[in-house]
Design a protein around this ligand. Structure first.
Ligand code: MN
Length: 241
């Protein structure tokens, strides 16, 4: 089966196909399995998409050491485990959001769900950040003001929610179908896709995201990201209304 590789960064249409409809183009490019031979059916596997910036581009707020391990070991590890887990199953060849949707909440597919969702979450996380970001503009800024009373109250509320997420997980700014924004936290690999919410940006609050740079000070990591690294253009491009 031929599948058009998604480009990096994801364009708005590709993202919406994935997030809103949970269908459409795979978020990660596929390539043919290197072990496939003419005698075997061809298998498709996921590969690690390139980072949208250099490993040291987020420093000093997130160090190149953190990015190198987080991207090169953790993110890649989820991809490798996902490829192993789906081998020989009916999930082979499905777009990533479809794998997430079909495995969510099903105990027998927990390993597949965890790795598929972590692959998706990390790809989304790298795009949610950018070096030397500015404040949100125009439509996005107006929505933040309307929903949270301003950018500073928003950042405070987001940091509090993300800081209070017990254990490993993620914090998200998300949009509902009615257009309203909300701050959502999810545990472990969970994400808003399975809650009919549109993610706008995310911050990873697993310890591996910040421990090398901040040790136990999750709040300092969150503040640094919110003040310096949020890719508001990406968040705005994800708005559905
Ligand atoms: Mn992570």
């Amino acid at each position: 089966m031929n599948r058009k590789p998604a480009t990096w960064p994801l364009d708005r249409r590709t993202f919406l196909q994935g997030a809103a409809v949970l269908a459409g183009t795979a978020l990660l490019s596929h390539r043919l399995g290197s072990s496939a031979t003419a005698a075997e059916p061809l298998s498709e596997v996921f590969s690690l998409p390139p980072l949208p910036y250099a490993e040291d581009a987020l420093a000093p707020h997130i160090s190149s050491d953190t990015v190198r391990f987080h991207y090169g070991k953790h993110h890649k590890g989820y991809i490798d485990k996902l490829n192993q887990a789906i081998q020989g199953t009916s999930f082979v060849g499905l777009p990533l959001p479809e794998i997430i949707k079909q495995s969510a909440g099903r105990n027998e597919f927990r390993g597949i769900f965890n790795n598929a969702a972590q692959v998706w979450n990390h790809t989304f996380y790298w795009q949610s950040l950018k070096p030397k970001s500015g404040p949100p503009e125009d439509r996005m800024a107006q929505k933040i003001v309307t929903q949270f009373g301003g950018i500073e109250p928003f950042k405070k509320e987001f940091a509090a929610a993300a800081g209070n997420q017990f254990g490993s997980g993620w914090a998200w700014l998300a949009q509902s179908g009615d257009g309203s924004l909300s701050i959502v936290t999810t545990a472990n690999a969970e994400n808003p896709l399975t809650r009919d919410l549109i993610p706008l940006f995310t911050l990873d609050v697993w310890e591996h995201a910040y421990y090398l740079d901040y040790q136990n000070r999750r709040g300092d990591y969150l503040t640094a990201c919110l003040d310096h690294l949020i890719n508001w253009e990406f968040a705005a491009a994800n708005l559905i209304r």
